[in-house]
Design a protein around this ligand. Structure first.
Ligand code: CA
Length: 412
């Protein structure tokens, strides 16, 4: 190749490499053709140059794309940063606004209070203003009117207070009345209870016309006999079976039996010790219904004997409480009252015996249905030891007895 084409080829290469646009534009054209007179080397060089030009164009586009991507990435990062800052800014603004809103709210509240005060103040000022327009007379009238209202209110309050007190008093009175009523009711109940109890006792007493109501129990009981107030009697159920009334009892010697008519009529002594029931009671009891008599005697040797009469009746006082009947006698002690049957009772102050020349009661130192001589003398002296004596408490023989009891019982 000659120097002329060599230089032309180098110049073309430089031209192609030095101008990418032109090379790019050239790349759009067909592959160069080998010109006449152009050497093979030059042609190949130009061909390679063309290829390189195309590749470089591709690279250029890739670089541009990369730059674009890089810029895009950088720009994206910047965007995020800006957003953070903006968000931060917004937050600050929001916080600031919140604070402002709170402050404003506080101010609104304050303003409302102030406004209310102002309104009140305006009202007061208005009132003052209206007052200032009043002349003296109007002012006085206004004051009087207000005072009248105050007086009326005070009156109302007083009225209400009085009514309230009345209500309280009414309540108290009602309470007291209720309490009184309750007390009365309680007392009534208690009284009714006592009355019921009394009625029960009374019924029992009414029913108890004899000691048999109390069985074998020994003791003092109230007995109701017809025509008589209830009387206390000593019942005995252990000597001769249930239902006996003890009318005479001697064993202690604490009571003197040498007594007057009146004392024998009414009775004397104590049922816990020595006693006599009384002739009047005996008369009434034995005339109500048939009675029997049981006489228990104790000797000083501790032995007992008895005499039982099945029809024991006593006359009234006008009959001198005569021993009107004895009935049939049974027992171990002997019929030593038979001698006294139909005899009147005699006492130290009443001689009703058959002894015309003398006074048996005083002779035998007791009160009894004496005749002339003593067959029995259970109201004579209670001696401390066994001895023979007409004046001693004795039955048949004039031998002192240690103790004696007389009991009666309704036969039916
Ligand atoms: Ca006489």
């Amino acid at each position: 190749m000659d120097h002329k084409w060599f230089y032309i080829c180098v110049a073309l290469m430089l031209a192609i490499l030095g101008s990418p646009v032109r090379a790019n534009e050239a790349a759009q054209e067909d592959e160069p053709k080998q010109a006449d007179g152009m050497g093979e080397f030059c042609y190949r060089t130009i061909l390679n140059a063309e290829k390189m030009k195309k590749e470089m164009a591709v690279k250029d586009r890739q670089i541009v794309q990369l730059q674009y991507d890089i810029e895009k990435l950088i720009l994206g990062k910047a965007d995020n940063h800006w957003k953070d800052e903006l968000l931060q800014s917004y937050r600050y603004t929001i916080n600031t606004q919140n604070a402002t809103i709170t402050e404003l709210n506080n101010r609104i509240v304050d303003l409302k209070i102030v406004n209310q005060i102002a309104i009140n103040f305006e009202t007061i000022r208005g009132d003052l203003g209206r007052l200032s327009y009043l002349d003296d007379q109007q002012f006085n009238d206004s004051v009087k009117f207000q005072l009248a209202k105050v007086v009326k209110l005070e009156s109302d309050v007083e009225t209400i207070t009085i009514k309230l007190r009345e209500c309280q008093n009414l309540t108290t009175d009602t309470t007291i009345k209720e309490i009184e009523r309750k007390i009365v009711a309680d007392e009534l109940l208690e009284t009714q209870s006592r009355l019921s109890e009394c009625n029960t006792k009374l019924d029992n007493q009414r029913k108890a016309t004899r000691c048999s109501s109390f069985g074998y129990e020994n003791g003092i009981h109230e007995i109701q006999f017809p025509g008589m107030s209830p009387i206390s009697v000593l019942c005995n159920g252990e000597i001769a079976g249930p239902g006996w009334i003890v009318i005479h009892q001697r064993s202690i010697g604490d009571v003197d039996f040498f007594k007057t008519w009146s004392e024998y009529k009414d009775g004397f002594g104590n049922m816990d010790g020595d006693f006599f029931i009384g002739l009047e009671k005996l008369y009434r009891i034995t005339n109500y219904e048939p009675y029997e008599l049981y006489v228990q005697l104790e000797k000083f040797d501790g032995s007992f004997m008895y005499a039982r009469y099945d029809d024991f009746v006593i006359g009234n006082e006008s009959e001198k409480y005569a021993l009107k009947s004895l009935g049939k006698m049974t027992g171990t002690a002997g019929d030593w009252l038979r001698n006294q049957e139909n005899m009147k009772f005699s006492t130290l102050d009443q001689d009703n015996d058959d002894w015309t020349d003398g006074d048996c009661a005083n002779k035998y130192q007791g009160g009894w249905w004496y005749k002339e001589i003593s067959g029995s003398n259970l109201n004579g002296k209670l001696l401390k030891e066994e001895q023979e004596s007409d004046q001693a408490m004795h039955w048949g023989e004039s031998i002192a007895l240690k103790a004696a009891k007389m009991l009666i019982r309704a036969k039916n």
